[in-house]
Design a protein around this ligand. Structure first.
Ligand code: LRH
Ligand code: MN
Ligand code: MN
Length: 399
């Protein structure tokens, strides 16, 4: 019901939801990636921060729903705050802002035995230095979130003290939290395994939640949908994190087996719908700050196409979840009318919202079909030509 007592139409609910839904896109989703077995290079892939911003700007122009781009410090901001001016200019040029800042605690040789959970105080200090620099970068760029993924762990039982490492992480993350300003947040991401194969220091939401609660009020938990064992009830985790006011945001992607980084909703769109339903069922105050982000690796799909497809899929699933008549559902739940409750829930999921989303796009002056518009615009062909040419001349100038 609306304030004046009238029941909101499905279309109103969808348009209202789409007006406020924004999803951040990752700079690394535009770059050449692969697996540990090899990389398949795409001519259209971005190889510089300039190209990543250009691509992100184009995705936002097409969808109107992705105005920020997540940056990975080592890959995008290698010179620290010295890069900030250049990034500010790119933001202006391409009409997208920097989003979450992702420190990199997993690539340096020093981190062979861990970063913030490394037994060496010297290495932990290096990791803290990088985290503090990331806080500075975030402050200088005026961004809110620092997304921290800790790849630390061990490969063989008995080789590390699991419990002492908890204390070390508390210390480092506490020092990082102390350096943040009012408008900044620490989002702590968890992952059950990979690259560590026996124990991972922050393996699940319980561990991430403990650290977030321990280090301070600006720390929250980040849920990467690919970072769960098969069959995990992710929406239940989401409901609990919302309940304890600790849900900071999401890295959306899909998976069939492990951290596959497939595009959002490509394997199990019902799961994304169920997650959105939990969010939309929670009190508005608990959900306002949630950062929706995409974290994918488009190894085989075209980078631009995959990103547009993912943003559009997220919008469609959010719209479907927004349509659920939650008041009616609550009555059915309380009266334990199971089939009716499930059918009401499923009815929204099975509704084809695409015509309504299309109408919303047209009303907002956006392309009615972003993917088709991307094809028609010739953007991908153009960047593929330009970037292939540039890569060829770069190769011949080294020869
Ligand atoms: C780790 C992860 C983390 C990283 C990103 C590149 O698997 O999900 O969020 O920052 O991938
Ligand atoms: Mn992630
Ligand atoms: Mn991941």
């Amino acid at each position: 019901m609306t304030k004046n007592g009238a029941t909101q139409s499905k279309q109103d609910k969808i348009w209202e939801a789409l007006d406020r839904f924004r999803i951040e896109i990752p700079s690394w989703g535009f770059a050449n990636t692969g697996t540990r077995f090899g990389k398949f290079v795409q001519h259209a892939a971005a190889t510089s921060i300039e190209e990543k911003f250009a691509d992100a700007g184009e995705v936002n122009r097409l969808t109107g729903a992705s105005p920020t781009v997540a940056l990975h410090v080592l890959w995008d901001v290698p010179n620290g705050t010295a890069d900030v001016e250049k990034i500010r200019a790119l933001e202006k040029q391409h009409g997208v802002k920097s989003g979450s800042i992702n420190p990199n605690l997993f690539q340096s040789q020093e981190y062979k035995f861990g970063s913030i959970a490394n037994p060496s105080a010297e290495v932990r200090k290096v990791a803290l230095g990088h985290l503090l620099e990331s806080v500075e970068i975030g402050r200088a760029l005026g961004t809110r979130d620092l997304s921290i993924w800790v790849s630390d762990g061990s490969n063989y039982p008995g080789t590390q003290s699991i419990s002492r490492r908890i204390g070390w992480m508390e210390e480092v993350l506490g020092a990082m939290h102390a350096a943040t300003s009012e408008g900044q947040r620490l989002l702590i991401e968890y992952k059950p395994f990979e690259p560590a194969f026996y124990h991972t220091d922050i393996a699940d939401w319980g561990m991430a939640l403990h650290l977030a609660q321990k280090v301070g009020p600006r720390a929250k938990v980040l849920v990467d949908t690919g970072h769960h064992y098969p069959g995990t009830n992710i929406e239940q985790i989401v409901a609990w994190l919302l309940y304890v006011d600790a849900l900071g945001g999401f890295h959306f992607n899909d998976r069939k087996y492990a951290d596959d980084d497939l595009t959002l909703g490509s394997i199990d769109p019902y799961q994304v719908f169920r997650i959105f339903h939990e969010i939309l069922s929670a009190p508005a105050a608990a959900t306002e700050g949630i950062a929706y982000m995409i974290d994918q690796s488009h190894n085989l799909k075209g980078k631009m196409e995959a990103m547009v497809q993912s943003v559009v899929t997220a919008q469609e699933l959010f719209a479907r979840a927004a349509m659920i008549d939650r008041e009616a559902l609550t009555v059915l739940q309380d009266e334990c009318r199971l089939i009716e409750a499930e059918e009401l829930f499923r009815d929204s999921f099975w509704t084809d919202v695409r015509p309504m989303v299309r109408a919303w796009r047209e009303a907002r002056g956006l392309p009615a079909d972003p993917l088709q518009q991307l094809r028609d615009s010739g953007y991908v062909d153009r960047i593929a030509r330009e970037r292939a040419q540039r890569n060829r001349s770069a190769v011949s100038s080294y020869a």
